[in-house]
Design a protein around this ligand. Structure first.
Ligand code: FCB
Length: 519
């Protein structure tokens, strides 16, 4: 894959950076950075794979997101989302792809859930489309939207699978963007109303909730650099959007719990272990800023009601629209911590030279010329390394990363219950007639096998990981990449919606049944 693609994906999947200086004593005392990148071994031995095993009650799962699979973009009273607007705007998505149909899971969900059941899955992480529930983002609920998800949840439970609901996976009602989008702090209250509606109508059956998928990514990509909707590029808008999301996370936590006493609320953050490029104090500090900004910014907002030290300047409270008392709104001690792992970063200090354009935004991970253009607040450079093999999306395969990430979060947050909310790889394998139409995606099997061996090692070393969700149940609409990437464990022929379970899906089904990797 070319560099453009790599940079784009890096930004899609990652985290961003920012600065600071104050911090929670608990985290500070026990958070050594990782050793320099070159000292960390990447490979996983065959013996480690053979020895790996998972607890009896481990929750094997798969994940999807409403916008990426549902289609039916105007059905049953659904409103327009910012992603609908984006895909219908020329030049935004690769191949001019839309998600108007996607996998048509709005209609095919019974078949999709049957695949989960066939593959012995215990947990299904899906998201709910806000504009199906509140077409303009506020006001009364659309009964047809609620009825749809009620049927989905019933079918999931009927299959013996735990429903895991992501409340927001990026498809903001366009009506709320028209009111200013996430930089408008009123959205925190609207979001809590929406989350409360879901918990009231579905909370008798859904017990596991994550308010936001990858909050850093959609605020940064949407408002900081503009490659996702709504396409703004302003560091101020990014900081404000991020702050509203922190407030919304806390408000939603309380709204969900108020409506459903069974609710267990956690998260679905994007995280990447950040290895310092060299052993220098500057690079180590830069890697810590990456961790603070890209991995735990929203997590600390919830757990401690404050932001971690992500900036090289004092925390820019004014720019983010922070008001006295916001710490109490943000604080929401999560019942468990969920995060995704795809690949690692190598982080270096971006140097001390002055930022050329005061307040302007230059993406930490998608900029072309890091020497001259960097954001003035976090001042780190995060690279996507290429030492290991690359997936078809251009992401480096680094199984060891999940061990380092899980054990660090475990240590820094006092051994919480952890769920891996997503992990996976894009490979373009398709049905092969010489193998009876099977999809022999051996590279995906190898990816999961090595990664899961490292996850098993983290569990052996004491991390309380209770679930792993492979991304994704289906090949689907991969955001600005359209259908040019295939992350599914099931192949989807987008011409006729035919599903074919890939060899990796069959393998993963055996892993789920045996809790072992040599399945
Ligand atoms: C994550 C997203 C998910 C999917 C995968 C490949 O960033 O949460 O929707 O796009 O990456």
């Amino acid at each position: 894959m070319g560099m453009n693609r790599r940079r784009f994906v890096a930004a899609t999947l990652a985290t961003a950076g920012a600065a600071l200086v104050k911090a929670p004593p608990a985290a500070a005392a026990s958070s050594p950075t990782y050793p320099p990148a070159q000292e960390v071994p990447g490979a996983v031995s065959a013996e480690a794979v053979a020895a790996a095993h998972f607890p009896e009650d481990f929750l094997w799962g798969m994940a999807t997101a409403a916008f990426q699979v549902e289609g039916a973009w105007r059905e049953d009273g659904k409103g327009e989302s910012i992603w609908d607007r984006f895909v219908h705007t020329t030049g935004k998505v690769k191949g001019a792809a839309t998600a108007d149909m996607a996998c048509d899971s709005y209609h095919f969900y019974p078949q999709d859930i049957a695949i989960l059941k066939q593959l012995n899955q215990k947990s299904f992480r899906f998201s709910i489309s806000w504009p199906r529930i509140q077409p303009d983002g506020t006001g009364a609920a659309n009964q047809k939207g609620l009825d749809h998800y009620s049927r989905v949840v019933d079918a999931v439970l009927e299959a013996g699978i735990r429903p895991f609901c992501t409340v927001y996976h990026w498809d903001l009602p366009q009506g709320l963007e028209d009111r200013g989008g996430w930089p408008n702090r009123d959205l925190a209250g609207y979001f809590a109303d929406y989350a409360g509606i879901l918990a009231k109508h579905l909370g008798d059956r859904i017990t596991v909730w994550a308010p936001f998928n990858m909050p850093w990514s959609f605020t940064w990509m949407g408002y900081g650099v503009g490659v996702f909707p709504p396409g703004r590029a302003s560091y101020r808008d990014f900081l404000r959007a991020a702050h509203t999301v922190s407030l919304a996370q806390g408000e939603a936590f309380r709204a969900i719990k108020a409506a459903s006493s069974k609710a267990l609320v956690g998260s679905a953050y994007g995280m990447a272990p950040a290895y310092p490029k060299t052993g220098s104090a500057e690079d180590r500090a830069a890697a810590d800023r990456y961790h603070a900004m890209n991995n735990v910014y929203f997590l600390d907002a919830a757990m401690y009601g404050r932001y971690p030290d992500a900036f090289v300047v004092p925390t820019p409270y004014e720019l983010m629209g922070y008001r006295a008392g916001d710490d109490k709104i943000m604080r929401a001690p999560l019942d468990w911590i969920g995060f995704h792992y795809y690949t690692r970063r190598i982080v270096s200090d971006a140097g001390g030279s002055a930022h050329p354009g005061a307040g302007a935004s230059f993406g930490t991970e998608i900029e072309e010329d890091t020497a001259g253009r960097r954001d003035p607040y976090t001042r780190f450079h995060a690279a996507m390394p290429t030492e290991g093999p690359l997936t078809d999306a251009g992401l480096e395969i680094w199984p060891r990363g999940i061990y380092d990430l899980v054990t660090r979060i475990s240590r820094e947050y006092n051994h919480p219950i952890i769920e891996i909310t997503e992990s996976g790889c894009s490979y373009l394998d398709s049905p092969y007639e010489k193998e009876n139409g099977h999809v022999p995606d051996q590279r995906r099997i190898a990816f999961f096998r090595e990664e899961l061996a490292e996850l098993a090692r983290a569990i052996q070393d004491g991390a309380r990981v209770r679930a792993f969700h492979a991304w994704s149940l289906l090949d689907n609409f991969e955001w600005a990449d359209g259908y040019a990437e295939r992350y599914g464990l099931t192949y989807v022929d987008f011409r006729d919606q035919q599903r074919t379970i890939k060899d990796s899906g069959l393998w993963y089904g055996r892993v789920a049944a045996s809790n072992r990797l040599e399945a």
